[in-house]
Design a protein around this ligand. Structure first.
Ligand code: C5P
Length: 214
């Protein structure tokens, strides 16, 4: 049975992970959240005072079944990688060439046998340039911040809309302007503005495109 790889890129809080996860479930594919991997390295560097940068190979980063749980050296860090501290440092860490080289090669290995839905910033351009389907998801900063606010509130995090909007805009700026594989739409990626689309509609749109390729 033919399998394809699906790359989903876009700015912070555009809904990539939510959608990628649902697509993977529906197609019985593997879901890989590459942002979680950069967050795990960031968490590790925060905890260990940045000493470990030259021993990245010693880091054991693994996803649990379904791709939502993340283990760092055997410890479940699913919650810990979503803190404000990690979020405000991750763009700086992800601009380091050693970090990118290490994680990109891990990501490429995972996708070798196809049947992967991978979301991130540079999947269509750098990690999986041969992905059969590339999506670039966007939404206005206001809408992304509102969606993220709901998520944070559900997790019991006390934060206001203005702070969240500032954070999102700042992170996008860093991600779009870094030297190595910045956030940019691949020429052949399909642009999806989800500002006024519901989750099911986005999901169905992508599934339809994927099925057309099988
Ligand atoms: O997707 P998420 O918002 O969790 O990503 C966290 C950060 O990880 C991004 O802001 C970006 O700096 C970095 N990242 C990256 N390349 C990817 C995925 C994430 O540089 N493919």
């Amino acid at each position: 049975k033919k399998k394809i790889n699906i790359a989903i890129d876009g700015p912070a809080a555009a809904g990539k992970s939510t959608i990628a996860k649902r697509i993977a479930e529906r197609m019985d594919y593997i879901y890989i959240d590459t942002g979680a991997m950069y967050r795990a390295v960031t968490l590790h560097l925060i905890r260990h005072d940045r000493q470990i940068l030259n021993q990245l190979e010693d880091l054991d980063i693994r996803f649990g079944a379904g791709g939502t749980t993340l283990y760092l050296n055997g410890e479940d860090v699913t919650e810990d990688i979503r803190t404000q501290e990690v979020t405000s440092n991750v763009s700086e860490v992800s601009s380091l060439s050693g970090v990118r080289r290490y994680l990109v090669s891990m990501q490429q290995k995972i996708a070798e046998d196809k049947g992967v839905v991978m979301d991130g910033r540079d999947i269509g351009t750098t990690v999986l340039p041969d992905a059969e389907l590339k999506i670039f998801m966007k939404a206005s900063p206001e809408i992304r911040a509102k969606r993220r606010l709901k998520e944070e509130e559900a997790r019991g995090v006390d934060i206001d809309l203005e702070t969240l909007t500032d954070q999102i805009v700042r992170r996008d700026e860093l991600d779009m302007n870094r030297e190595i594989s910045p956030l940019v739409k691949a020429d052949e990626a399909v642009l999806l503005d989800t500002s006024h689309m519901g989750i099911a509609e986005v999901e169905d749109t992508i599934i339809k495109m994927a099925l057309d390729l099988l």
